[in-house]
Ligand binder design. Structure first.
Ligand code: B4P
Length: 190
């Protein structure tokens, strides 16, 4: 079973590259950002709760996100592998993911980190904000807050996976196809 984490700061291209990877490797896609936005569009209590955090550029509480991922995995027992996009984002989420995958008698195969500098990220997110309607992409101070959250809570996971020999960083600036090629080269060398 191939289980990969696509890792990186907000706007690094996790969603963009996940779409390409999941069709090439026949994986089940879990994007916590997409799941949270779907809950919000459906007007569920979880979605309304999550929106309070997302609109301020803060991470949604671990218990909410972990429960959502667990439900998603349990409802896809046929999956040949998962691509985790935007999850885990904190150490408790990473610990919970290890436990969940053990229950599936599997584990994380590889962590692919998209490395992009902050100025480029701000440009990308503001540009997406013009067309996506995503409020968290439209205000620069909310975007900066997302980076702060990333630095404080998510970046430490890079070391967590490096110490397990699973982290591989890739330059996330350039043509989407070239970045995809670099990610595939790491997967194919497993
Ligand atoms: P997410 O939906 O995960 O979004 P993201 O980090 O903003 O974007 P991503 O990296 O996927 O970028 P994309 O490919 O779209 O999170 C949103 C919010 O949900 C979080 O802030 C948080 O509040 C909450 N949340 C989600 N998961 C959570 C968790 N586990 N725990 C707690 N809270 C959670 O690319 C961005 C833009 O760049 C696009 O417009 C794209 O077209 C462009 N782009 C991509 N690749 C490019 C390239 N090579 N060159 C130029 N542009 C490129």
């Amino acid at each position: 079973m191939l289980n990969l984490i696509i890792f990186g700061p907000p706007g690094a291209g996790k969603g963009t590259q996940s779409e390409k990877l999941l069709s090439k490797y026949q994986l089940q896609h879990i994007s916590t950002g997409d799941l949270l936005r779907a809950e919000r569009s459906a007007g569920t209590e979880l979605g309304n709760q999550a929106n309070e955090y997302i609109s301020k550029g803060e991470l949604v509480p671990d218990t909410v996100v972990i429960g959502m991922v667990k439900n998603f995995m349990l409802s896809h027992p046929e999956a040949g592998g998962f691509i985790f996009d935007g999850f885990p984002r904190t150490t408790p989420q990473a610990d919970a993911l290890d436990v969940m995958l053990k229950e599936f008698q599997t584990g994380i195969s590889i962590v692919l980190g998209l490395e992009v500098d902050e100025d480029e990220l701000v440009k990308r997110l503001l540009l997406r904000g013009q067309s996506s309607g995503r409020a968290d992409d439209q205000d620069e101070s909310t975007i900066r807050n997302r980076f702060q959250e990333y630095q404080n809570k998510t970046l430490p996971l890079q070391g967590y996976y490096q110490s397990q020999g699973k982290y591989h960083g890739v330059n996330g600036i350039g043509e989407v196809e070239d970045i995809f090629g670099a990610l595939c080269a790491h997967i194919d060398s497993l």
